[in-house]
Ligand binder design. Structure first.
Ligand code: AFP
Length: 366
């Protein structure tokens, strides 16, 4: 009897359709240190009407829809896994005698071709392209993207995603001029990512909050599944590649040392750690339940003190996080205030729950 009572407590209430009360099992402090956050019920709505309601320009809506059309195809191929014949580094030749492409190259080509075909884009910049690619000189937008973030996860069937940022085109600069992309994150008109996980999800902001959508594979479109993301300001969960600890600067070493001391240390509480090795997955977790994500400066390779890219990783993620009530910094400066000097520039990243980011920043001032 006791077993049956427990079983039915976890099952959705058939009358209201609401999820059952969360079981203490899923709130166990050791595994999920965040308080259970009851999400507001979100009416199922398609993307375009939501964007229209937010006052987004018609051309920009069309551009976002085109990016998502490419992402849907990437999602399909990712979902096919080994059956799609796109995993691994080199594959068989196809019928034209061309070598089939790795998934990140394929994703890049899909996005590049489809975005440039819209006619509203003056140029694109991608992690997979050394240089920017010119589009329509009259185009109103610039798009910069990471076609497949966390690409090393593809071969282990783990989380990956596409990150994108849309900037206004600059008058007076040639479509082929990369300098037009050198705008701070505060200039972004829209930013988002598509996460290819057990379900395919979109996080999107146009500056009116961050919303989450889920790809409904039966109808082929993204439906609004969370109207307003709100990152809890307090957290007990951090994400960092601990294997680099000895290479970090003293401030970051001291901060993480104190997290690890838990209740016995100055922070007075235990912290839990998660690392997905795809920023898109780690940031998604932070949007869902809070946390702090860090990829700090290190001296492992003096030629590469920072790992993550400003234009198509740090800036769009910072826009999404700030629009959800979180904070984002290099440790010394708000990321979205950085004046870029190169389209592939790298930066240190500390983002997530506001109070925890503030705590981390204090160690950088010391
Ligand atoms: P790739 O897309 O080249 O696999 O890199 C992913 C990433 O830039 C970022 O998404 C992760 O947070 C980070 O690298 C993981 O790096 P580690 O190798 O230190 O785990």
């Amino acid at each position: 009897m006791q077993f049956l009572a427990r079983f039915f407590k976890l099952w959705p209430d058939p009358m209201s359709g609401r999820p059952a009360e969360p079981s203490q099992k899923f709130n166990d402090d050791r595994h999920s240190p965040q308080p259970y956050i009851k999400q507001k019920e979100t009416p199922m709505r398609r993307l375009a009407p939501v964007l229209r309601q937010d006052g987004v320009d018609t051309d920009l809506i069309a551009l976002i829809k085109t990016i998502l059309a490419a992402c849907k195809e990437i999602s399909f191929r990712v979902g096919q896994g080994a059956l799609a014949g796109v995993l691994g580094s080199t594959l068989d030749e196809n019928i034209q005698g061309e070598t089939q492409k790795k998934l990140d190259v394929l994703a890049n080509e899909l996005l590049k071709d489809m975005i440039l075909e819209t006619g509203v884009v003056k140029a694109i910049s991608s992690e997979e392209e050394d240089n920017t690619v010119a589009g329509n000189p009259q185009g109103r937008y610039l798009v910069t993207f990471d076609p497949l973030d966390g690409s090393s996860n593809t071969d282990i069937n783990s989380l990956i995603g596409t990150i994108f940022s849309i900037l206004p085109a600059q008058a007076g600069l040639d479509a082929a001029d990369p300098a037009q992309f050198l705008q701070p994150g505060t200039a972004q008109l829209a930013a988002g990512y598509v996460l290819y996980g057990p379900s395919t999800m979109l996080a999107l902001t146009t500056g009116k909050g961050t919303r989450l959508y889920t790809l409904d594979k039966t109808y082929g479109g993204f439906l609004l599944t969370q109207e307003e993301v709100a990152i809890p300001s307090v957290t007990a969960e951090f994400a960092i590649n601990m294997s680099n600890q000895r290479y970090w600067q003293p401030g970051m070493q001291a901060y993480v040392d104190d997290l690890l001391l838990g209740k016995a240390g100055p922070r007075g509480k235990n912290f839990n750690m998660r690392w997905i090795a795809a920023m898109v997955g780690d940031v998604h977790r932070i949007l869902c339940r809070g946390g702090i994500f860090m990829y700090p400066t290190d001296n492992k390779d003096p030629n590469k003190p920072d790992k993550l890219r400003l234009m198509y990783e740090a800036n769009p993620m910072s826009f999404l996080v700030e629009q959800s009530g979180g904070a984002s910094s290099t440790g010394y400066q708000r990321i979205m205030d950085i004046q870029p000097v190169d389209i592939h520039q790298r930066v240190a990243v500390i983002l997530g729950s506001k109070h925890e980011v503030d705590s981390c920043l204090k160690y950088h001032q010391a």
